[in-house]
Design a protein around this ligand. Sequence first.
Ligand code: NOJ
Length: 482
Amino acid sequence: MWWDNAVVYQVYPRSFQDSDGDGVGDLPGIAARLSHLAWLGVDGLWMSPIYPSPMADFGYDVSDYEEVDPLFGTLADFDELTAQARAHGLRVLMDLVPCHTSIEHPWFTRHPDWYVWTDQPNNWRSAFGGSAWERLGDRWYLHSFYREQPDLDWRNPGVVEAMQAVLRFWIDRGADGYRVDALDRLLKDPEMRDDPPATQPFGLPLPDFLADLAPVHSSNAPDIGVALASLRQAVGRALLVGEVYLPAAEWEPYLEHLDHAFAFELLHSAWDAESQRRAIAASIARPGSAAWAMSNHDFGRLATRFGSRNARSAALLMLILEGPAFLYQGDEIALGEGPEGARYDRHGRDKHRHPMQWDGSETGGFTTAEPWLPAVDPARRNVAAQRDDPDSMLTFVRRLIAFRKGLGPGLELLDAPDGVLALRRGEHRVAVNTTSSIRPLPEGHGAPVIETGPGAARGGTLAPRPFWCSSSPGTTSSSRTR
Ligand code: NOJ
């Protein structure tokens, strides 16, 4: 399938490119920048939600699934964007938000029975803190996220039918598939039993306010497959990548219907060889199921999460793995996060969402107006400057993407000295030294064909920390790139 080895570029529409001078990115802005994506060599883009929304959760609170928010443009702009994407050879993925709507969605008043209600709240918690129940009159509605995001009841056939129509709507309009939001929260215990105290770690990081309960009833219901089958039925063979916030060991019922699930164990892995090895091993236990991401609009940017010295290695790791890889906008120039604070997002995620930096001007070429969030450091880091620099992160990422296209099938973890992660991808061997000292190069390496810096591997050793090396025995130095 087209996505087997694809690189999908995550566009956060608010922050990608403003075209109408209101300080907020929009669809014509994205269309105007498609040449950057084509030049970079990615296969497609995933757009975080563009639907009408009161923006309590920046588009993940949808008030109309079959329209475009005026802030981002119109349906005609969407059609133009998909036509232009196609002309550039790029696929377009939408973001489906099936677990909840905005409280302002007309369904909430027209079809209250499409939502989850109780007369007696249980102990379920919202992913953003506090009870997952909000009182309205003499009943409480469930919200797995903000209180402005009431949960749909996927056991109600009306919901299933309505959401299937939504899925078909965008596919018929030219979308190539969906990233599907918050799937582990889609279906809950019909008896609404309390979550029991946690007796073992969840397996992925959770905020402290969630960690003491095991969310076995508030999420991940055993019959989740029934709901997922309806998604699959609606889209046919289009791509479905699930945001399933569960350890890979629990993916099976999801993968019966989805093409891939995001590998959160690697995304959250510490920058050390042993943790990364464990995370990758878990995610490839069922081969071909992982979609790789090292960063996104929720958890932060590559260069900040792993440290700017490791940004190249992190990009190399993600792009060498087998299966679709999702590159978050800005990571290709090692854009860092903005300052802490919660000017807009109550959960403190503004810092992951600052605008793209296209040039060295004050607003980074993102807008001609006051940007909704200021640019982080456009004079220091921007696309225009890095495009012309053979040693830049951008040039490195572009080379990596081109290199990835020639990688053969197969991914295997290899034995390696302490502090070194080694794997085989196709006919290539890859090694990363995650420590700050010189480490031996694992056995079996030939001449480097791609490395994060010149001389990363030399005389049977790997240079400290930021350096990686990938080599294929017998390859000549003329194919070497850095
Ligand atoms: C995951 C999305 O990525 C995040 O931004 C959002 O807040 C939650 N799901 C709820 O939709």
